[in-house]
Design a protein around this ligand. Structure first.
Ligand code: SF4
Length: 90
């Protein structure tokens, strides 16, 4: 993973990333290519949740972050938005 384009200052968790030194291309596969290898790296990562939250908060649109693909993160964002609306109207 290449974290150089990130905007958040609170990035200490990136020092613990399992993907440090791993080919960043693995995390940005061509459309339709397998995400399995990247997700395997993420599976054993101790900062997976930090990484996922970072991607969600910063609206990262591309790549595997926190073990989730763009589509999976979009789905998670939608689910959270629904939960937030329900909680607010309860
Ligand atoms: S969850 Fe995956 S992409 Fe995120 S820091 Fe860990 S290994 Fe890298």
């Amino acid at each position: 993973m290449n974290f150089t384009n990130t905007q958040d200052d609170d990035r200490g968790w990136q020092d613990e990333a399992n993907c440090l030194g791993v080919d960043p291309d693995l995390f940005f596969p061509e459309r339709g290519a397998s995400t399995r290898e990247a997700k395997e790296v993420c599976r054993g990562c101790v900062v997976r949740l930090d990484c996922l939250e970072f991607a969600l908060v910063n609206g990262e649109k591309f790549g595997i972050w926190g073990g989730l693909s763009e589509r999976e993160r979009r789905r998670l964002r939608r689910q959270r938005a629904i939960t937030t609306r329900r909680t607010a109207s309860a």
